[in-house]
Write a protein that binds this ligand. Sequence first.
Ligand code: NAI
Ligand code: MG
Length: 357
Amino acid sequence: MSKQVLILKGDHIGPEIVDESLKVLRKVDEQFGLELVFEEGLLGGAACDAVGEPCPDETLEKARRSDAILMGSVGGPEWDGLERHLRPEKGLLKLRSGLELFGNLRPAILYPQLAEASSLKPEIVAGLDILIVRELTGGIYFGEPRGIRVLENGEREGYNTYKYSESEIRRIGKVAFEAAMVRDRRVCSVDKANVLEATVLWREIMEEVAKDYPEVELSHMYVDNAAMQLVKAPKQFDVMVTGNMFGDILSDAAAMLTGSIGMLPSAALDKNGKGLYEPCHGSAPDISGQGLANPLATILSAAMMLRYSLNAPDAAVAIEEAVSRVLDQGLRTPDIHTEGTRKVSTSEMGDAVLAAL
Ligand code: NAI
Ligand code: MG
């Protein structure tokens, strides 16, 4: 059965890195008989220029009828003068909320070949491969009531509300356990159940979800300890699942253990497993149009898309292994270049991954 993939190239380096990923996707499509059908849509500054808004309804429609979405990156200084609601980044937010993409997958993978790029010692971090599953549309970032109020004594007080319903916890739990099933089958749920009542419920529901996945081992950790363990011994983790705020902080910390933003993929999933896949980085206007961008974060996002939304885990592994072989060959875009390795351009890197496939 054919699979519809919506391609949103976006702005600046977006088209450059997505084009390399398309080459790679077309190759595995042929090798694994995936029957991928690609359609393009407008998002970000490109959409502002063409139709006057960053996420036209047509794009949302195309996204709704596709099985998965691969995006480059949006934004750039030429659109910074626009009103807030017309900015390219707003288009991405409209797409995320319009599709209810609540499950944010942020892997932190350190290829052993790039161990020198990490801020941690190679022996602690080489071979790191963890996945942080962050709830993206609830928790304290969205909880009501919130605001700044004036107290009886005239002093002002800022407040937010941390809350998660059982169904919200259950659906993000399922994302984490499903992900663990195609990995090392271990989930660590991160909460602050010793202090926050809301996360006592989180812990309880995670235990419930775990019953549907007897093959997966569930453990719990308080968020302060999790932060410490990520820096001390990050390789102990397989999948970590947590709420919006804890996940925001832990995923940024984990991402930076890998040293390079040009290598980091991500996904945002809905309840049916449809997802928006994109590199963690932005549109890098400073290097656009010069063949300097590292396409690997987007190529690895395409691999995640095959694994989590298109039911093609073998093709995903093939891409990840090809990327690893290219790094073995010593090929590096400028952002990951170190002494003794060979500097290549965006398209040379894409071609090398193709050849390795
Ligand atoms: P950025 O991630 O675009 O760039 C930060 C630094 O990393 C720059 O020096 C850039 O050259 C470098 N870099 C990023 N991706 C790279 C790659 N693939 N290869 C090599 N080097 C790379 O973040 P910045 O500069 O804060 O934002 C630029 C624009 O991107 C802004 O308009 C921002 O709003 C937008 N943005 C869009 C995102 C998205 O589409 N999801 C996410 C973050 C920012
Ligand atoms: Mg953040």
